[in-house]
Ligand binder design. Structure first.
Ligand code: 8YV
Length: 317
């Protein structure tokens, strides 16, 4: 009998991780199996660790098929695609990759904010399409410095976004489920109030059922015709239909979006809007950060296999 795989890898994650994981033990690379069900059945009794990503997930039925599973190590800070409750019920620990991506995601949030306010993507098209010469002066845009920045979700990424606000002389406030003691930013217990106050509202909270459509029609209306919405979190946090309507009718000033509700589907109305800047869900997608995320998954696997538990466990409920 060949030795059963101790590690189940759900799909390709990155060259460093994909290559290094095999040095930790026998790995079942599920995406390479001709018959996934048969491969899972064959390996089920041996698997102690699942290596996955926020994209690939780890649903309850899979957890149920692996009686010896003790750890799920995931790539990505979000974990809404992993059934953490099902794992917890079986005493299975779950890790994600926090901290290492905060700066890159915050950088992109600011890139989108500035791009939406100053219309840098539209300006780039204007120059490259020859309109500078043909039409002349580009239309006036919206000032960024000195404005009011509202943040939905003052976690690690939200704080990194808030810190950068100081460089732009911005007044920063936030909305969370609960006020965070000791942070130097004003707390708004109502998201509608925060949106009414803010010039820019940046979405940086977690995804999943608990935050679905938190940015509702009422929040969008409160942000208003001069307001700009930035989302680097999850498309599901925003009522996308309401947002598209408000943008089309000029009731929302603009948007910078790294994420959409049903990626990679893009509402066609957005394609022709110069007040909207879109990116293909790449908040953490720099060479440096992706490498660090891969390494953190490996470090979690190593720590678990050495009996020291996970380094960056997810804590829920
Ligand atoms: C990735 C992410 O860019 O970590 C997360 O939760 O969303 C990002 O790091 C994304 O998963 C790519 O699809």
């Amino acid at each position: 009998m060949p030795e059963p795989a101790a590690i189940l890898q759900m799909g390709p994650i990155g060259p460093h991780l994909d290559q290094q994981l095999g040095q930790r033990g026998k790995v079942l690379r599920l995406w390479e199996a001709a018959d996934r069900d048969a491969a899972l059945d064959g390996a089920a009794a041996g698997v102690r660790v699942v290596v996955t990503s926020v994209r690939l997930g780890c649903p309850a039925p899979l957890i149920e098929r692996l009686p010896r599973l003790r750890a799920i190590c995931s790539w990505g800070v979000g974990y809404e695609t992993i059934d953490v409750a099902a794992a917890k019920a079986r005493g299975i620990a779950v890790s994600n990759t926090p901290d290492v991506l905060d700066d890159c995601v915050a950088d992109l949030a600011w890139g989108l904010l500035i791009a939406a306010a100053r219309r840098t993507a539209a300006g780039d098209r204007y120059v490259k399409d020859g309109q500078w010469r043909a039409i002349g002066q580009f239309p006036l845009t919206t000032r960024v410095s000195g404005k009011r920045l509202g943040i939905l979700g003052l976690g690690r990424i939200g704080e990194a976004i808030a810190r950068r606000g100081a460089g732009f002389a911005m007044d920063v406030r936030y909305h969370n489920r609960r006020e965070r003691p000791g942070v130097p930013y004003g707390y708004e217990s109502s998201l509608v109030q925060l949106a009414r106050w803010a010039d820019f509202l940046v979405v940086a909270c977690e995804g999943g059922a608990s935050t679905r459509h938190l940015v509702s029609q009422a929040v969008i209306d409160a942000l208003g015709a001069k307001g700009i919405l930035v989302n680097i979190a999850r498309g599901t946090v925003v009522d996308q239909e309401a947002m598209v309507r408000a943008l089309a009718e000029g009731r929302l000033g603009g948007a910078g979006l790294d994420v959409l509700e049903k990626e990679p589907a893009v509402p066609p109305e957005l394609l022709s809007m110069d007040q909207v800047v879109l990116m293909p869900h790449v908040g953490s997608a720099t060479r440096e950060t992706r490498r660090a995320m891969e390494q953190l998954v490996l470090d979690n696997v190593d720590s678990f296999l050495a009996g020291r538990g996970l380094l960056t466990p997810v804590h829920v409920g």
